[in-house]
Write a protein that binds this ligand. Structure first.
Ligand code: PEP
Ligand code: MG
Length: 883
């Protein structure tokens, strides 16, 4: 088996389409080599070795050692050096590289191959001993930290101690001789901690680093990241070993990262940051504040530090050409890493750049105009879930801004919340229902869970490409990064903003659009969508087959959904209309009456209110389909909870409060979700169905007259398990339609259908379809009843299930296609057999979840219905599902 693939010197054994085998980084390094770009030679150990490693008790295939040795020799020939050679030593970097970039894994070891001997040769060749020893101490620090697991703060202490004693403030002031002394201290530190010396043998160093990369695949952090991003555990990671080039060889050397277009706005302009005389990780680590690459960006930022364009014009020109070439080649915005060693440019990485939703839209639409992409490809380029970002609030420009400090606008959107300083605090607060802003000096992959829990992220250190910025953008959370004027004191729990003291728990607002940090809660505005959004959505709408409806019952939600492009209401939960203060007493009266006359009296009060509710919806939807579901309350939700509430209802009905309390107790259920709810209630009390049907038909008559377009009406009966249940209720509805027709002389077109939310309904769909004119799959309840997992109690243990790998996804978020999905498929098939062309939809939360939408397309549902803010996501996902 071939376990190792080499690249460099204008050729490569791999290519960009081999990401599964070589990982993203390795595949693209190979591709860049083949394109003739300046890539330091190296090789990739495949992901199959990782798979082998874990399948065979953490050991390597027999042939691996020889293949690595041969590859090292090839790199040696290409560079004119030898690994471990005392005169012309080859130094390498070792990096992980999964199919998709994955924070939480071992990232990089640089300068590997340095030891007490080779460091001298490196210094002599560079005529710079200081550089050589600086590289060596960096190597020891990095290797000890990520490979040997020695706490890196111990090294920092040695360094700080040295600087203090010698009254130095910058690392760059430390001389070669001093570094030698510090290196000795570093080495004894390692020996003290590990009980063995720091490895001097380059081979031992290399295999240590390779093992660390493979080992990092199964760390808790990496696993968490995979779980959050649906990355299968069996993908494995590759290892990239590459000849070192040095961005820290003095003032003509530099290192940087760049995007071929602006990753925040999508603007077509090269965008990036670099540091002179620095090594790779310094830029992302955010310790020194980087400089802009282009003159344009420098001017826009009002920076006083020179751009790369001004500082190293030749290397810059070559870099710009390469950017254009790569963008055209990959037909996508690229995220690049480069190093300039004594004026010579080297490319270290290219990959598709992460971007905000706004940028994704603009880039996709622009690239169609530039002829780089087809409309179909553009549709596929925007991740539907990311649209969420565009739909989030921004700060009202009219609001008063009490600006505490300003940082970089790292990720768009705005958020308010209480200050917390650790990810643990963020998670706890979130669990307690509080909104928080995570405030950190900088973030690391360990903070992912806290960033998830927070409304927004604020850091005092780091640039636009720092961890906080990149991750927040990916999550679609607002982030302000690098607010350097903040002094964060974790121990005291305070932030000092130029003299102004904020404490843990204080409310702040961050504005990811301007980088401002504001005191208190600030008024927000709902977003307006850009032209690019409209264009891409237009393409998507032209491609998709399924319709997209919304779950809404208030006029406000319904209007929002219309603006987002909903093509009807797929679920109006009428019980949600019953909580309004003008009617809750009448609702309780109805429920608590123990005889029909009492119920009818209460229903008579509710009728005009319901009629108005429905009329509003019909008018907003103007002839688009509106599915109204009859009452489906787990009754306990409506029962009076306090003595005061009980007294109110007792007075309204005119009965004794004590008697009413007894009735309420009688109605309490052990298991309300499986109790007297849905059509069961309508079977017991058909007068409820009659009142609702009357309100619906009368509203339809009135709305039809007012808008001039007839109402497209669908009446839906919930929680049906038996055809007979549906028939009982349907009879009442039909009778009421006739009655209203007799009274008004207007004939209303309508259909009566059912929700399929019980396994029995799915299995008996053929029978039920004899009466039901449409089905709407209520996958919330169907998931609950199929798994036998309470939808209200699942949160307490599903997390454990996910952590233990029992389920990939929360089945209440993303449809369990194997189990629940099979029932949906069976229900659809059997329904269609009885009633060919029967209209089929889904209205559980899954109707707004992209992967569930793909499933719905695959079984040919007619529409999905979701909450208003997910409508755009569903439109795009439905289009992608057809491509
Ligand atoms: C469902 O069960 O999927 C559904 C949409 O109904 P509800 O969430 O109101 O129970
Ligand atoms: Mg339901």
């Amino acid at each position: 088996t071939k376990w190792v693939f080499t690249f460099g010197n204008g050729s490569a054994e791999g290519a960009a389409d081999m990401k599964s085998l070589l990982g993203g980084k390795g595949a693209n390094l190979a591709e860049m080599s083949s394109l003739g770009l300046p890539v330091p030679p190296g090789f990739t150990i495949t992901t199959e070795v990782c798979t082998y490693y874990y399948a065979n008790g953490q050991s390597y295939p027999d042939e691996l050692a020889a293949q690595v040795k041969a590859a090292l020799d090839t790199v040696g020939v290409a560079t004119g050096r030898g690994f471990g050679d005392k005169d012309k030593p080859l130094l390498v970097s070792v990096r992980s590289g999964a199919r998709v970039s994955m924070p939480g894994m071992m990232d990089t070891v640089l300068n590997l191959g340095l030891n007490d001997e080779t460091v001298k040769a490196i210094g002599a060749a560079a005529h710079d001993m200081r550089f050589a020893y600086d590289s060596y101490r960096r190597f020891i620090q990095m290797y000890a930290d990520v490979v040997l697991g020695v706490d890196h703060s111990e090294f920092e202490e040695v360094l700080e101690d040295h600087k203090e004693r010698n009254e130095l403030s910058l690392d760059t002031e430390i001389t070669a001789e001093d570094w030698v002394g510090i290196i000795e201290k570093f080495k004894s530190l390692v020996e003290r901690d590990l009980g063995r010396p720091f490895p001097q043998d380059p081979d031992e160093q290399l295999w240590g680093a390779i093992g660390a990369v493979f080992g990092s695949w199964e760390t808790p952090r990496a696993k968490t990241y995979r779980r959050l991003h649906d990355i299968p555990g069996d993908w494995g990671t590759a290892v990239n070993v590459q000849a070192m080039v040095f961005g820290n060889m003095g003032e003509t050397s530099a290192t940087g990262v760049a995007f071929t277009r602006n990753p925040s706005t999508g603007e077509r302009a090269l965008y990036g940051e670099f540091l002179v005389n620095a090594q790779g990780e310094d830029v992302v680590a955010g310790i020194r504040t980087p400089q802009d690459i282009t003159e344009k960006a420098k001017k826009e930022a009002g920076s006083d530090k020179p751009s790369l364009e001004a500082l190293m014009p030749e290397a810059f020109a070559e870099f710009r050409d390469i950017c254009d070439k790569l963008e055209t080649h990959y037909r996508d915005m690229q995220d690049l890493e480069f190093t300039i060693e004594q004026g010579k440019l080297w490319m270290l990485q290219t990959r598709s750049g992460k971007r905000t939703a706004k940028a994704a839209l603009k880039i996709a639409v622009d690239m169609v105009a530039e002829g780089l992409l087809s409309e179909e490809e553009a549709i596929m380029r925007v991740e539907p879930g990311a649209l969420d970002q565009l739909l989030h609030p921004t700060i009202d420009p009219a609001a008063k801004r009490d600006i505490v400090a300003t940082g970089l606008p790292a990720s768009p959107g705005a958020a308010s919340g209480a200050i917390v300083f650790t990810s643990e605090e963020a998670e706890q607060a979130r669990a307690a229902g509080k909104r928080v802003i995570l405030v950190r000096v900088e973030t690391s992959p360990e903070d992912i869970h806290g960033m998830h829990a927070a409304e927004g992220i604020l850091t005092s250190r780091g640039g636009m490409t720092s961890h906080a910025a990149v991750v927040a953008r990916g999550m679609g959370k607002p982030c302000v990064a690098g607010a350097g004027s903040l002094r964060i004191d974790y121990r005291k729990g305070t932030v000092n903003a130029a003299g102004r003291l904020l404490n843990k728990g204080d409310i702040i607002t961050i504005d990811g659009a301007t980088g401002q940090i504001l005191a208190g809660e600030v008024a927000m505005l709902q977003p307006t969508l850009s032209g690019d959004f409209g264009i891409l959505m237009g393409w998507a709408d032209a491609k998709r087959r399924m319709k997209v409806r919304t779950n809404a019952e208030t006029p406000a939600d319904t209007r929002v959904a219309r603006e987002f492009g909903a093509e009807g209401i797929g679920l109006c939960r009428t019980e949600h209309m019953f909580f309004d203060s003008d009617r809750i007493i009448a609702v309780r009266e109805m429920i608590l009456s123990d005889e029909e006359t009492g119920r009818r009296a209460a229903l008579a009060k509710l009728l005009p209110m319901q009629r108005n509710d429905f009329k509003d919806l019909f008018e907003i939807m103007k002839g688009l389909p509106v599915t109204i579901r009859l009452l489906d309350p787990p009754l306990h939700e409506f029962l009076p909870k306090t003595d005061e509430e009980l007294g109110e209802v007792a007075a309204a009905i005119g009965v004794d409060a004590e008697k009413l309390r007894q009735r309420a107790l009688d109605l309490e259920e052990f298991n309300p979700m499986l109790g007297h709810r849905g059509c069961r209630l309508l079977v017991s009390y058909p007068e409820i169905a009659e009142m609702q049907a009357r309100a619906i038909f009368e509203a339809a008559v009135e709305a039809g007259k007012k808008t001039g377009s007839p109402v497209h009406l669908e009446i839906m009966v919930p929680l049906v398990g038996l055809k007979g249940e549906l028939d009982l209720v349907k009879d009442r509805i039909v009778a009421m339609a006739d009655a209203v027709k007799g009274e008004t002389g207007v004939e209303i077109n309508y259909q009566v259908g059912t929700m399929v939310e019980l396994p029995r309904a799915a299995l008996q769909a053929g029978e039920i379809a004899k009466s039901a004119e449409f089905f709407s799959f209520g996958t919330n309840d169907l998931t609950q009843t199929t798994f036998g997992i309470s939808r209200d109690d699942a949160a307490s243990f599903l997390g454990t299930y996910q952590a233990k790998g029992l389920i990939e996804q929360d089945p209440f978020v993303s449809l369990d296609q194997d189990g629940v999905g099979e029932l949906v498929r069976i229900g659809s098939e059997r329904g269609r057999q009885t009633r060919p062309g029967i209209k089929l939809g889904i209205c559980g939360e899954h109707g707004g979840d992209p992967s569930s939408i793909h499933f719905c397309e695959s079984i040919g549902l007619d529409y999905v219905s979701c909450s208003p803010f997910r409508v755009p996501i569903a439109r795009l996902a439905a289009a992608q599902a057809t491509l």
